[in-house]
Write a protein of this length. Structure first.
Length: 564
């Protein structure tokens, strides 16, 4: 009889934040899983009582990656509460900055944080540069930096790096693991683009700074509009943005998308329904407003809910169906789900088992358990692409069908780790096209003589009802809930993408999206759980967003005084 083995992976590396995964393995497959966020941050209670004009700058500190997302979602929630909308120019500038955030996040995630789940560093050392160039040309007519001489230089650099013994980002890699399936030349191509992506992310950071003032924490947003008026009116600044956008597009079209085709080809036995996808419920709020009224049907990214893989029926989103459970989370409160507009965030740490493992039947994570109509939902690029495909939103169906036809695949195969990884790349190209669209719209609007960038408003004397901004961040659906009185924040709650995906079990015992996605994955060597990491990484975890600094001994939020 096979023996069940409990495996603890702590921390999950190459992510933003602190994540622990525990799995039970039997007969070489995962039979159960627990996802635990291991750090609490406390941004929500920090915001309460603050001036709403400062709240956006504080909210963007929720995360060091999705900075703009929290900045804009916070600002939008205040605008909903105040009943105002930004003028056209402000909306377009916001979309252009947000586009740089999306492209930066997706490219950095895939190459810096996820590519080594697919590419074997040890295998790349054995690659033939000429064959690598030939392979690259099989997946692109004009591949990015794909000469044999270039691959030879990358290989020499890689060999010197490994010989030094200071492996840096390659340290701890599972070299030679049988779950790596690409030939050495494929691994060399991905590692070559890993290095190229370091340069591309600099360009994207510069693009954000053109209208956002700086990166990673921009500062050009205000309630009602933007402050980067002179940059908007400067043709040189617009030229800088579009020139850099062209450079980024070259990388997306000739490196990123072909690399996804490369992975899809060599991992086709994993490009099957259910391999790394478990909940089959998908949620997207819609992102990038296309009108100043922010209606769901006028957003560049679609809105909708999918239940149980049924792409024939897409439900509209109603935020009243969003709840969060703390039955297995280290917070005080009722086990059953509570609407975030009425929810409190009060820490209640109960620790781990004496052997350091999670309390499977108790509280085991700083991440709460969001649910929609009581169901576990996956959020992120795959959710957006599936909803867009079903709704025939813009050209999202055609874009996905081209990819599927190229690999002789069916839509149900997208319910997989490979599908989730491909969806992020396809969305990157889709956002790139959107950025061009917003540039053109901005130019056209300015030519009409419209130079407005801010909407005037008054602060409310009475406390507002709960206002919510439904927003799409690179990792998925993000909602900021706020009540305001005068200029003060009276109540604040945030439900972020990685809270949806990384959630623990709820009061009904339903596993979160990470947990469910790991069931039945192969783990032939429990010392090297590559497939588990590959699937978790495919969600682009951001635990800094999901977990809300706590002293575990006293249970109190730490206070610090800075002497100046």
């Amino acid at each position: 009889m096979a023996v069940k083995k409990h495996v603890v992976i702590d921390p999950i590396t190459r992510i933003e934040g602190h994540l622990r995964i525990e799995i039970d393995v039997k007969d070489g497959k995962v039979v159960d899983a627990w996802s635990s966020g291991t750090l609490w941050r406390g941004i929500e209670p920090i915001l309460q009582g603050r001036d709403i004009r400062d709240a956006g700058l504080l909210a963007q500190r929720i995360c060091g990656v999705c900075t703009w997302a929290h900045y804009e979602a916070n600002t939008m929630s205040a605008e909903v509460a105040l009943g105002i909308r930004p003028p056209t120019n402000a909306r377009l500038i916001r979309n252009m900055i947000n586009a740089t955030q999306f492209m930066h996040d997706h490219i950095v995630h895939f190459y810096a944080l996820h590519s080594l789940d697919w590419a074997d560093v040890g295998g790349a050392l054995k690659a033939d540069p000429v064959r690598a160039s030939d392979l690259a040309h099989q997946f692109s007519k004009n591949p990015y930096n794909a000469s044999a001489d270039h691959y030879r230089a990358v290989l020499d650099k890689l060999k010197r790096f490994v010989a030094s013994g200071q492996l840096g980002p390659f340290a701890g890699a599972y070299m030679g693991n049988p779950l790596y399936k690409m030939p050495p030349e494929g691994s060399l191509i991905l590692i070559s683009h890993y290095l190229d992506a370091l340069y591309i992310q600099v360009i994207l950071a510069q693009m954000m700074a053109i209208y956002g003032a700086k990166n990673p924490h921009p500062q050009s947003l205000v309630i009602g509009g933007i402050t980067s008026v002179m940059d908007m009116l400067d043709a040189t600044r617009l030229g800088q943005y579009t020139t850099k956008l062209t450079q980024v597009g070259q990388f997306i079209q000739h490196a990123y998308l072909p690399d996804i085709d490369l992975i899809t080809h060599f991992y086709k036995d994993e490009f099957v329904e259910g391999w790394g996808c478990g909940s089959y419920n998908f949620l997207t709020y819609g992102g990038f407003p296309e009108t100043n009224d922010w209606e769901a049907k006028y957003r560049y990214l679609p809105q909708g809910v999918i239940f149980n893989r049924d792409l024939s029926k897409i439900e509209p989103v109603d935020e009243k169906f969003i709840t969060e459970s703390v039955a297995h989370s280290w917070y005080e409160g009722p086990d059953e789900g509570v609407y975030p507009g009425k929810e409190q965030t009060v820490a209640h740490y109960t620790g781990l088992n004496p052997d350091g493992t999670v309390k499977k039947d108790g509280k085991y994570s700083w991440v709460k358990a969001p649910r929609y109509k009581g169901k576990v939902m996956e959020v992120g690029p795959l959710s957006r692409l599936l909803v867009g495909y079903a709704l025939k939103h813009n050209n999202m169906r055609e874009m996905l069908e081209v990819y599927l036809d190229r690999h002789k695949a069916r839509i149900n195969q997208m319910f997989s780790t490979v599908g989730r990884t491909a969806a992020r790349a396809l969305e990157t190209a889709y956002i790139w096209y959107g950025a061009h669209r917003w540039v053109d719209d901005l130019i056209a609007n300015l030519k009409q003589g419209d130079e407005r960038t801010w909407t005037r408003f008054e602060y409310p004397e009475e406390e507002t009802n709960t206002a919510v901004a439904l927003y799409e961040a690179p990792r998925g659906s993000l909602a900021h809930f706020v009540r305001i009185k005068g200029k003060k924040v009276m109540h604040y709650q945030v439900v972020v993408p990685s809270t949806w995906n990384a959630s623990p079990r709820d009061e009904k015992g339903q596993r979160g999206a990470y947990e469910e996605s790991l069931i039945n994955l192969p783990v032939p060597n429990t010392d090297e759980p590559l497939e588990v990491l590959r699937t978790v990484h495919s969600f682009d975890p951001c635990l800094a967003c999901a977990v809300h600094i706590l002293d575990v001994d006293s249970g109190k939020v730490k206070r610090f005084k800075v002497e100046v």
